[in-house]
Write a protein that binds this ligand. Structure first.
Ligand SMILES: Nc1ncnc2c1ncn2[C@@H]1O[C@H](COP(=O)(O)OP(=O)(O)OP(=O)(O)O)[C@@H](O)[C@H]1O
Ligand SMILES: [Mg+2]
Length: 264
């Protein structure tokens, strides 16, 4: 699949008038209602909203795990909403890194083997695979845990393996659905530190779905979804992130807390 040349100011994510309906028996449920969203290259974006509001549905459209009922999804210049299943699967392997709430590691494989998995789908020499896996495990601070299996790692370490696996194919866009949902607050902050560091060092665009206000406070741009519609879009000028967007961060925790208080 050829990717058209991109202007650097072109958004890496474009969700253009997307709706998503599910049918339940004879009933049609409208889960996303005409969502328009653009995300700039190199940005660090959070998505919050109540349970059932459509966060995972929207993330899955952006990650090419699901197709919109109507509208277009264009990621890094590729209109993924018009790809076939087989094209989409190949595109996902190359273009998207996923980080999951429950890590989704394979218990019988070592940290090294778990991270190597996505590379097995690509045409790459064993030596190059090994190099890439070692590099990324080193970057996430697990160079000393290569042969440990998930059951022999802490929750935070398992999520580091999950992040390494998401990044090993060098995707432009990393999406994370509640990546700290299964971790305590100290571990959550460590995982956020790591994501932020990788975003800056490796020039990634990151989109994080979260319920955690401490996580929401650290992103550069915060989106809020309610009942299938984006209802709020705020920027945090002090946030840490890519040099394109600003310098090292304090946080907008106070602002998020005020907004929450005003709503409840
Ligand atoms: N495959 C499906 N079939 C029918 N309904 C679905 C399907 N997937 C999601 N839904 C419905 O769509 C709505 C939005 O679901 P979604 O998973 O996007 O919510 P969410 O914001 O991620 O919630 P949570 O915070 O609990 O993860 C829910 O009402 C859900 O029941
Ligand atoms: Mg969800």
């Amino acid at each position: 699949m050829s990717t058209p040349p991109l202007r650097s100011n072109e958004p890496i994510v474009l969700v253009d008038g997307c709706t998503k309906n599910y049918s339940r028996g004879s009933e049609t449920v409208s889960v996303l209602k005409s969502v328009h969203l653009e995300i700039a290259r190199g940005d660090f974006v959070g998505l919050i909203g109540p349970s059932g509001s459509g966060k995972t549905t929207l993330l899955n459209l952006i990650a090419g795990l699901d197709q919109p009922t109507t509208g277009r999804v264009v990621i890094n210049g590729v209109e993924i909403s018009s790809l076939t299943e087989a094209q989409l699967a190949l595109w996902r392997t190359n273009a998207i890194g996923f980080v999951f709430q429950f890590f989704n590691l394979i218990p019988v494989l070592t940290a090294f083997e778990n991270v190597e998995l996505p590379l097995l789908l690509l045409n790459m020499s064993r030596r190059r695979r090994r190099e890439q896996v070692l590099n990324i495990l080193e970057l996430v601070g697990l160079g000393h845990r290569l042969t440990h299996r998930p059951g022999q790692l802490s929750g935070g370490e398992q999520q580091r393996v999950g992040i390494a696996r998401a990044l090993v194919t060098d995707p432009a866009l990393v999406v994370a659905d509640e990546p700290t949902g299964d971790l305590d607050s100290r571990k959550s902050q460590e995982i956020l530190d790591l994501l932020q560091e990788l975003q800056v060092r490796l020039n990634k665009t990151i989109l994080i779905v979260t319920h955690d206000l401490a996580v929401a406070a650290r992103v550069r741009r915060l989106l809020r979804i309610s009942d299938g519609q984006l209802i709020d879009d705020t920027e945090n000028p002090e946030s840490v992130t890519h040099p394109l967007f600003g310098s090292l961060n304090v946080s907008n925790a106070a602002r998020v807390k005020r907004a929450e208080a005003a709503r409840s």
